[in-house]
Design a protein around this ligand. Structure first.
Ligand SMILES: Cc1cc2nc3c(=O)[nH]c(=O)nc-3n(C[C@H](O)[C@H](O)[C@H](O)COP(=O)(O)OP(=O)(O)OC[C@H]3O[C@@H](n4cnc5c(N)ncnc54)[C@H](O)[C@@H]3O)c2cc1C
Ligand code: FES
Length: 249
């Protein structure tokens, strides 16, 4: 396991933080780390910046992200990785679709490949890392388009050569359901599942036997369409099947 010192921790909004650390990392856009702080668990975190200094951007969700948010300049943090594949090199017109903290993952692409960024959040208070020109959708209409980022994006799919998507599974599933499957646009998803080992051993992140941590996390739309468990159910920490709300029986 590697360790690094915190260089800075910036509060982006009420519960999202960006933590930069002093480590000379060799990573590709879309890769993730398994991060640990004393007292917490090891959790997967996308790199929001892969150039020096690297950073992660996270929402305080449970115990470990709470510990992470309490770190201060000079404190030690620990990690393994980077792990996972990376976004493929795009050409032509590019769009990024990010829901919630999915923006952290697509952010790692933005310094290299300029594109239109579609961001979805519950309310304007949940937005973070915004840049001029980002196209915003909020569930309550408090900023930008009122509705989901998928509804904002879908009419424009054919305007792009490459689309990169990262966000909650129901958001990605909604894109699969609403998109015209005949589109020539190349679409890639960064998938998130509960991860324990992060390196393909424990199977806790599997979808239809595909290990999201090791075989992904980035998959083409054609690969995701073959995963009939995707967007239907996931596994809890104990391995129990949990259906996504829409699919509850
Ligand atoms: C590849 C990958 C990259 C990620 N990148 C980011 C990022 O950049 N920023 C960010 O804020 N979050 C990211 N996450 C999600 C993040 O890892 C979880 O929110 C985090 O593990 C929560 O840890 P916690 O200890 O704070 O909460 P916990 O106490 O562990 O979380 C409470 C509950 O949430 C559920 N849960 C935890 N992790 C996950 C998960 N990965 N998928 C589904 N349910 C889960 C479990 O049921 C758990 O009991 C990423 C996840 C993956 C798989
Ligand atoms: S997290 Fe263990 S196999 Fe993916």
């Amino acid at each position: 396991m590697n360790h690094a010192r915190v260089i800075d921790i910036v509060k982006e909004n009420k519960d999202v933080f960006t933590l930069s650390f002093d480590f000379s990392i060799v990573a590709k856009p879309g890769q993730f780390l398994m991060v640990w702080v004393p007292g917490g668990k090891e959790i997967p975190m996308s790199l929001s910046h892969i150039t020096s200094p690297p950073s992660i951007t996270f929402r305080v969700f449970g115990e470990t992200t709470k510990f992470l948010s309490g770190l201060r300049k000079g404190d030690r943090m620990y990690f393994r990785g980077p792990y996972g594949n990376s976004y493929p090199e795009p050409s032509g017109r590019i769009a990024y679709i990010a829901g919630g903290t999915g923006l952290a993952s697509v952010y790692s692409m933005l310094s290299k490949y300029i594109g239109d960024v579609f961001v979805g959040a519950r309310t304007k208070d949940d937005l973070f890392l915004l840049k001029k020109g980002f196209k915003i959708a909020t569930d309550d209409g408090s900023a930008g388009f009122k509705g989901t980022v998928i509804d904002l994006f879908v009419p424009h799919v054919d305007d792009y050569d490459y689309v990169f998507v990262c966000g909650p599974e129901p958001m990605a599933k909604s894109l699969l359901d609403k998109i015209d499957r005949k589109t020539k646009t190349k679409i890639y998803f960064s998938l998130e599942r509960l991860m324990k080992c992060g390196v393909g051993i424990c199977d806790s992140c599997s979808v239809n036997g595909i290990r999201i941590c090791k075989d992904g996390t980035i998959f083409s739309i054609e690969e995701v369409l073959k995963m009939n468990e995707f967007g239907v159910f996931k596994r809890s920490e104990s391995g129990k099947i949990e259906f996504f709300a829409k699919n509850k029986r």
